[in-house]
Design a protein around this ligand. Structure first.
Ligand SMILES: Nc1ncnc2c1ncn2[C@@H]1O[C@H](COP(=O)(O)OP(=O)(O)OP(=O)(O)O)[C@@H](O)[C@H]1O
Ligand SMILES: [Mg+2]
Length: 378
């Protein structure tokens, strides 16, 4: 990157001397003896001592990243679906990509899975530049897209076998993997029925099974559990956890923040094609401060009255929470606000069914971060 350092007359000498086993101290001594300025020597030694180092720094932005995205842009007409996105996914981890409808999640997944060319920027997946060598990237990845990509007219078993053939696997490998996946995804009984007779949950499971036939190093899941009942969802979570335990790296998009909270090591929130927050679930929750006082009134009809009464007690206005349907007050000094809220409500004759002081949920973080410019399109 920094051309002047590479071209520095000392670079070659120092690289050569290191190769011959001279220590940094010996190199500095020899060069100062020769009349070089110590600052010039240190510049070269500290920043890029060996040509190999220079190379590594240029192609691998983050050391243990199996996915590295730098300044990716993709526009559709005036809509910037991806607006200068950069991120890294450490090998063996789960990245949860969150964002409202139209935020750019599917577009990013499509770029990383070689289905879409970005306007600019670089994406390195498993050490391979996606734009330069898409077919090689495909050998390392599996994708279960937002809309299941199975063939309705084939049976579950045939669908998996077909994917095996597309991967040019040996026939006996196809048979073994198909059987294994049908078992892991509880599809043995339905294996010989056409996929059009499958329920939504079974289709999702079959789709995910299909994405695993090639035993990918990296798995992309675009909203893997949308439309599933809570039980099927947690079954799928277990399968994903198992894959991660075996070393698979997972990038998943989701609308369910609880899902990201449960599965993801790191979370990146995007909106309007930009990264708006990132960190672990815990770090993101800490970002919006202390906690939340949540109130449940005995008489639900008096919610508005109570909400108005409680304006100004917390760090931010009280409001009726869209998720729980209860009154919530973001607070910094939890205990004090709690006492004050109870006092105000009792004085007004409003009875409480329950009150608690809790940590913010990821939903609250998400709503707070996206409230300024909610993505409103599709
Ligand atoms: N093929 C396309 N042609 C035109 N606009 C598109 C196309 N694909 C995506 N977009 C636009 O790009 C933006 C990002 O879309 P994308 O599908 O990536 O969002 P998303 O985060 O996956 O949303 P959702 O949660 O609804 O799946 C949206 O404004 C969308 O309308
Ligand atoms: Mg999408």
């Amino acid at each position: 990157m920094n051309q002047t350092k590479e071209d520095h007359p000392l670079t070659k000498y120092i690289a050569e001397a290191s190769k011959q086993g001279l220590s940094k101290a010996q190199i500095i001594k020899t060069l100062t003896d020769e009349g070089w300025r110590i600052n010039d020597i240190l510049d070269v030694i500290l920043e890029r001592i060996l040509p190999e180092d220079v190379k590594v720094q240029e192609v691998a932005p983050a050391q243990d990243a199996i996915i590295s995205v730098r300044s990716i842009r993709k526009s559709y007409g005036k809509v910037a679906a991806l607006d200068n996105i950069s991120l890294d996914v450490p090998r063996g981890s789960v990245l949860g990509l969150l964002g409202p409808n139209g935020a750019g999640k599917t577009t990013l997944v499509r770029v990383l899975t070689t289905l879409l060319k970005p306007d600019s920027g670089t994406a390195i997946v498993s050490g391979i530049n996606v734009a330069e060598n898409p077919s090689l990237v495909r050998n390392h990845i599996g994708l279960a897209g937002q809309y299941a990509a199975i063939d309705e007219n084939l049976t579950g078993k045939e669908n998996l076998e077909l994917v095996g053939k597309l991967y040019h696997l040996a026939p006996e490998v196809i048979v073994a993997r198909t059987q294994d996946l049908l078992e892991r995804f509880s599809l043995v009984d339905a294996a010989n029925r056409t996929a059009k007779t499958y329920s939504g949950g079974m289709r999702r499971r079959l789709d995910l099974a299909a994405s695993l036939v090639g035993e990918p190093e990296i798995l992309f899941l675009d909203e893997p559990t949308t439309g599933l009942d809570p039980r099927s969802r947690s079954e799928l979570w277990e399968v994903i956890e198992g894959l991660v335990k075996d070393g698979t790296t997972v990038l998943l998009t989701t609308q369910y923040l609880e899902e990201a909270d449960y599965l993801a090591d790191n979370i990146i929130m995007i909106d309007h094609g930009k990264v708006i927050a990132q960190g672990t679930a815990r770090e993101l929750k800490a970002q919006i401060g202390g906690g939340v006082v949540e109130l449940h009134l005995s008489d639900k009809r008096r919610m508005t009255e109570a909400t108005q009464l409680l304006q100004g007690v917390g760090a931010e206005p009280a409001h009726v929470d869209e998720v729980s349907g209860h009154i919530t007050i973001p607070v910094e000094d939890g205990a004090k606000t709690l006492v004050e809220a109870v006092r105000l409500l009792y004085t007004a004759g409003l009875e409480l069914a329950d009150i608690e002081l809790r940590k913010p949920t990821l939903d609250e973080v998400f709503l707070k971060l996206t409230e300024k410019g909610a993505s409103n399109d599709k």
